[in-house]
Design a protein around this ligand. Structure first.
Ligand SMILES: Nc1ncnc2c1ncn2[C@@H]1O[C@H](COP(=O)(O)OP(=O)(O)OP(=O)(O)O)[C@@H](O)[C@H]1O
Length: 277
């Protein structure tokens, strides 16, 4: 892969999104320009309603922009694709299937179809099963493969959602507040697991979060968004902390505290949220 494609793997150019509502047009996003390099970890942070999920959905190809273009690996994003997998906050597992079956479903869709998918030929059942087990193993859930979502904890369900996305071997992992609904300890554990997995898979990640510490700990770039309506990118903070990162070591690292303060200043001083009544 050439250097220019590596540094401009994901390109968002002049993107705007306006929704048609009963009360007329609602401009959610305007003038979004962003470049993400291959293997970069990017956090989208901003106050509630500023358009983080709207931007993520555009990258996922679940919606199309009113203006502008999104490009992934030199190709315009025209819809969802197996190279971009999404992990939602509420894990969205099918309750009647086991953890194994929930992951297998996605694996089969990407690698089990007849014909050539993403340059790879069709795989047989044994190969699909092996892929599924490998993904569950990566998130430490081999022991729960035969359990149904109703029989496991929230953190475990979230892990299944991550395993399902990872099993598709996506080039880009899109995560919409994946740990938002979890308690602080489970959240910390999954953040550490995600750091290790991404270091291993070299995936490009775009993650929506509300959590300043999560953004600084995980990211290479923090994209800070202004308040809506017509939200845009206020500032991009480059986080140059060496990897692997340890939350314990970083807790009193001056560079970490500097990045943390920069995000807090942006959110609570420059973009102080004004509640609308
Ligand atoms: N389909 C839609 N139709 C109309 N308005 C929408 C639609 N989707 C989102 N919006 C509006 O666009 C704005 C951005 O929404 P979005 O969900 O992207 O924000 P967010 O930053 O992800 O919020 P949160 O952090 O609370 O999840 C909000 O004002 C929302 O009400």
């Amino acid at each position: 892969m050439n250097a220019s494609l590596t540094s401009k793997y994901l390109q968002i150019q002049g993107v705007a999104q306006t929704f048609k509502t009963a009360k007329g047009n609602f401009p959610a996003l305007r003038d979004i320009d962003l470049t993400v390099g291959k293997g970069e970890f990017v956090a989208l942070i901003g106050h509630s309603g500023c358009g983080k999920s709207t931007l993520l959905n555009l990258i996922a190809g679940l919606t199309t922009p009113t203006e502008g273009t999104l490009i992934c690996a030199n190709r315009e994003i025209a819809g969802p694709g197996p190279e971009r997998a999404v992990v939602f906050q509420n894990h969205s597992l099918l309750p009647w299937l086991t953890c194994f079956e929930n992951v297998y479903l996605g694996v089969e869709r990407v690698f089990g179809q007849t014909g050539i998918v993403d340059g790879k030929p069709k795989e047989d059942k044994a190969q699909l099963t092996a892929r599924t087990h490998a993904a569950l193993d990566m998130v430490g859930l081999s022991h729960a493969a035969q359990k149904r979502p109703g029989e496991i904890s929230g953190g475990m369900k979230q892990r299944v959602g991550i395993a399902r996305a990872l099993a598709m071997e996506p080039q880009v992992l899109l995560m919409d507040e994946p740990f938002g609904a979890l308690d602080a300890l489970t959240r910390a554990k999954l953040q550490d697991e995600l750091l290790a997995i991404v270091a291993n898979t070299q995936s490009t990640v775009v993650m929506v979060t509300h959590d300043v510490d999560e953004a600084v700990l995980l990211s290479d770039k923090i994209v800070m968004m202004t308040n809506g309506p017509a939200a845009t990118i206020g500032e991009v903070l480059h986080v140059d902390l060496p990897r692997p990162r340890s939350r314990v070591t970083l807790a009193d690292d001056p560079a970490y505290l500097h990045y943390r303060k920069a995000v807090i200043d942006f959110l609570y001083t420059r973009q102080a949220h004004v509640e609308k009544h």
